[in-house]
Design a protein around this ligand. Sequence first.
Ligand SMILES: NC(=O)c1ccc[n+]([C@@H]2O[C@H](COP(=O)([O-])OP(=O)(O)OC[C@H]3O[C@@H](n4cnc5c(N)ncnc54)[C@H](OP(=O)(O)O)[C@@H]3O)[C@@H](O)[C@H]2O)c1
Length: 233
Amino acid sequence: MKRKILITGASKGIGKAEAEKLSAENNLFLHASKLSSFQKKAENIRYFGADFSKIENVSGFVEELKNTTDSMDVLINNVGIMILENFSNFKDEDISTLITLNLHSHLLLTKKLIPLLLKSDNPHIIFMSSMSAKNQIEGESVYAATKAGIMQFAHVLRNELAGKIRVSTVHSWGVNTWDDPEGSPILVPENIAEVIEFIITRERPFVIESIDLSHELQWKGTSAPWSPQKINS
Ligand SMILES: NC(=O)c1ccc[n+]([C@@H]2O[C@H](COP(=O)([O-])OP(=O)(O)OC[C@H]3O[C@@H](n4cnc5c(N)ncnc54)[C@H](OP(=O)(O)O)[C@@H]3O)[C@@H](O)[C@H]2O)c1
């Protein structure tokens, strides 16, 4: 049976790959920062544009979504950006943007979607965290804080919603969403998409609580090739 799936940040990268993977079997609701971010639009998919770095836009988005559906089967909280900088040099506004977009908007959207998800007989919430949540990669302090926040939030939510809505978190090392010119050994968006499809198609009561993903040859240290220079070096 076709399920209604909302994917945030679905115009490119991992979210786009998820949409491509899930489109044949499901009814999709796709979000990006603006409608024009979707270059090609399919007739059977609903598209939405809302800049979630401004938290007040989340409520407006949900109202718009509710004009198209009063229920949802799967919420994939994927939207997010990375800003890399040594913390001493971090711009104040970048700290704010990362926390609003990567953390606050996920919590608020999830809260507002729970009533719609509870109308489904098989609801599922997915959070796209990162292996940065569990490591110490220089330059990623604020990003890691948002992803660790998501990880822990999801753990508690899973308990609160047990028996009603399944909650899963995906932690990935690097995924090539920027056409890495050096050809680093990192995953591709389709790897994440196939894992998401696997997670949401498991039969209840089985739940994949969280899953860690990496390329077998991927660098896994305290500073990445893309980390900024050390302070004073
Ligand atoms: N790539 C990695 O190595 C990696 C690894 C682990 C986890 N992740 C996580 O996976 C998720 C997707 O990452 P990605 O690499 O696929 O990102 P991406 O290719 O940069 O795509 C980001 C998506 O988020 C949307 N977005 C960005 N800023 C937004 C805003 N202010 N308001 C609303 N939507 C906005 C973009 O829409 P527009 O096109 O409109 O900008 C786009 O659809 C993120 O949460 C990221 O932290 C990524």
